[in-house]
Design a protein around this ligand. Structure first.
Ligand SMILES: [Zn+2]
Length: 211
């Protein structure tokens, strides 16, 4: 727990243990196969997706409890959503691998993404908020499939943005995390200086001592 707090303070993970070094939902989602403090898959069950979305600010507590009902009403449908999401993630990770090493991305992924985007029906809605009004995008349909919307949307926005040319994979051999290289000199190599960057510095120091 102490380690989780330290990592959360350093911006490596959030309080739920999901990696936040990606700097935006799409990349944090790509990094979600691991979750700090948990063995195995980070997004196994619908419940974990709800926690992921809540911790990333995409879902309110009340909304989450409504979606939580599906896990009891229709577990098979929820399992299918999670499997679908993990398959999109592995396709997206492959695309990020191409982009971060300077290769053109697999164009079939765009087609798959467009097909997903076509499935969401949204509308705008005004609601009273603190100090005025808030305009937000609402989903017209119900069902656990709708939980994919903020993720699919941010993957699409990421691909359409300049971040696409700035995505990098951590230079550590033991780390597969992706991040957006927004450093001023463009030379950032590590997912985080508090973890992999620091480890590399220490290793380089020890090597110098040996030699
Ligand atoms: Zn790393």
């Amino acid at each position: 727990m102490a380690k989780l707090n330290a990592l959360a303070k350093a911006g490596v993970v959030n309080v739920e243990g999901f990696y936040t070094v990606g700097g935006r939902t799409a990349i944090d989602f790509a990094n979600s196969s691991r979750r700090f403090g948990k063995d195995g898959e980070g997004l196994e069950r619908l419940e974990e997706l709800l926690t992921f979305l809540k911790s990333m600010g995409h879902l309110h507590e009340e909304e989450a409890s409504t979606y939580h009902m599906y896990q009891f009403q229709n577990p098979d449908r929820c399992a299918a959503v999670m499997a679908d999401l993990r398959s999109i993630r592995s396709r997206f990770i492959a695309v990020l691998g191409q982009m971060s090493s300077g290769w053109p991305m697999d164009p079939t992924f765009v087609g798959e993404l467009n097909e997903k985007l076509e499935g969401f029906r949204t509308y705008l809605s005004l609601t009273p908020a603190e100090g005025g009004m808030e305009l937000s995008t609402r989903l017209a349909d119900d069902g656990p499939e709708q939980l994919m919307y903020p993720i699919i949307k941010d993957i699409a926005e990421f691909l359409a943005s300049e971040d696409g040319s700035r995505v990098r994979q951590c230079a550590s051999d033991h780390c597969e995390l992706f991040f957006i290289n927004n450093s001023r000199n463009g030379r950032r190599r590590w997912c985080s200086m508090s973890t992999c960057g620091n480890r590399a510095k220490v290793n380089a120091y020890l090597k110098r001592q040996e030699g």
